[in-house]
Write a protein that binds this ligand. Sequence first.
Ligand SMILES: C[S@@+](CC[C@H](N)C(=O)[O-])C[C@H]1O[C@@H](n2cnc3c(N)ncnc32)[C@H](O)[C@@H]1O
Length: 240
Amino acid sequence: MKDNYKYVSDVYDQLMSKVDYKFWAKYLLKLSSLYIKKKSKVLELAAGNCRLANHLSSYFKDYITTDISLSMLKKTMSKSIKRICCDMTSIPFNTKFDLVICAFDSINYLTNKSLIKKFAFEVRNILSDDGIFMFDTALERNSFKHQKEAVRSGRQNDIIFNRQSIYLHSSRIHKNIFEIQYPDGSKVREVHRQKIYPLDFYFRMLEDTGLYVVECFNAFTFRDCKPNDLRAQFVVKRKI
Ligand SMILES: C[S@@+](CC[C@H](N)C(=O)[O-])C[C@H]1O[C@@H](n2cnc3c(N)ncnc32)[C@H](O)[C@@H]1O
């Protein structure tokens, strides 16, 4: 399995220092409460170092986090959170979940349409009949915004990082190139590629995979998403 956040996991908290996970978790909790009960079984895909799970897990009966990067999962602050390393396009569970979460543009890491379809089929397989799948996705305006602040640097525990953000409009690929320097002087480079799909792609893709869109909000709000918003928040159910 590809530990695609092997080095960035060392600086992730600093990289995300401006992200208000508590607020994000409250939003997801409010949204999920419209559809499911508190005593639900939850699976979080691409949970990273479990920053959201730290705020969300206590509200549910059972909460399992997963990520393809073992390094990310190992960095969680709350070691009591259940963590399983797996690829979200090949989900290793045969039980059903009432709530499946995939947050913070993680779906954009699936950079081709067949992979994203495989992912949606896998989610459908583990979603209970009344269950919901909540995911958000970055839209093109978000990439243009990041272009304006294309280079960012910082430090976490004497580890220095530099991030360059490049959006290739023709292929809709957003690249984040990280250069990380450790206290012993060693340097590594890690490149993250994300695909920025048009908003209407998700509606078609979900329909084709036995799912349907219940809501598609402008992220962090309860107003319908428009194609030129920064990020969309989907609530999805399975067709029965
Ligand atoms: C931007 S981070 C978001 C992490 C976390 N959801 C958060 O809110 O901080 C994207 C995450 O997606 C994970 N990821 C990328 N491709 C994946 C895949 N195919 N299966 C599972 N996780 C994946 C990465 O390892 C990384 O932890």
